[in-house]
Design a binder for this molecule. Structure first.
Ligand SMILES: [Zn+2]
Length: 268
């Protein structure tokens, strides 16, 4: 095989792997950011639940103070009632007492409501705290994974970049310039020629060019997509067998074409 062609094939593999790894390295921190966002939501939920419990407790303390105030009023009214002169004054005081008692009953209802609410709020806090704990553990694991993966990718990238530079140095300038141009535009610059077709853009190849490509002895580019051709004889289907005599049996012998065609092109 032509030495430049051989290097360009390897260079393309390196370039594509470099592109894949570079993209992966760029995406990895986004995975961490997504979980960190979730964790921030969990923290907010914990804070929210704590604030609700605090409000509940403050509300109860206020109502308990209100009850005490009302009870003191009742004591005061009852004390006054023993020294009033008229029935009217007495009834007025008793009305005040009744009013204060109703107030107390109202406050007690509210305290009960708050106590029932507190159970739900404490449950919500526990759930939020458990969720946060779980996600904190997950994020630590994810961060460690991302760190390890990034380090591994970066090591590979360094190796590939060195290999890439080495390969580029050995290739003829104009072939390299063509390769770079096609690579920039199409993200791949090498195409297999098989069955007299370009396997990247499927254009038919002229017979003379096809013969030249099959020797792998020069850089030949696709007239349609401009990719650089290589030929792998292992992937070429064998010449068509003469048509077999027609048989009536339903069982078809496996065709030689499918037998001989490997599913994947072997490595160069
Ligand atoms: Zn093509």
């Amino acid at each position: 095989m032509n030495a430049d062609l051989e290097k360009l094939i390897e260079l393309e593999k390196a370039d594509r792997e470099i592109a894949r790894l570079t993209e992966e390295v760029a995406t990895l921190p986004k995975r961490v950011a997504a979980i960190e966002e979730k964790l921030a939501d969990d923290k907010a939920a914990v804070e929210h639940a704590k604030a609700a419990i605090k409000n509940n407790e403050a509300g109860r303390r206020k109502l308990e103070a209100d009850i005490q105030t009302a009870q003191q009023k009742i004591i005061k009214y009852r004390a006054q009632s023993s020294s009033v002169k008229t029935n009217e004054e007495y009834r007025a005081l008793m009305n005040e007492v009744e009013f204060a008692e109703k107030e107390i009953s109202g406050y007690e209802d509210k305290i009960l409501e708050l106590m029932i609410g507190l159970e739900a709020e404490e449950k919500a806090l526990k759930t939020a705290e458990a969720q946060m704990k779980q996600e904190t553990a997950e994020i630590e694991k994810e961060k460690a994974d991302v760190r390890a993966r990034t380090a591994e990718d970066e090591k590979l990238l360094a190796e590939l970049s060195a290999r890439r530079n080495q390969l580029r140095e050995g290739v003829d300038d104009s072939s390299l310039a063509h390769y770079d141009r096609v690579m920039r535009q199409r993200k791949s610059a090498i195409a297999e020629a098989r069955g007299q077709k370009c396997l990247a853009c499927f254009v038919m190849i002229r017979p003379q060019t096809w013969e030249d490509i099959r020797t792998n002895s020069q850089i030949i580019t696709c007239s349609s997509c401009a990719r650089i051709f290589y030929y792998d004889p292992a992937n070429e289907p064998p010449p068509e067998a003469p048509p077999a005599p027609k048989k009536k049996t339903k069982v078809q012998p496996a065709s030689s074409e499918t037998e001989a065609q490997p599913e994947e092109a072997p490595a160069q």
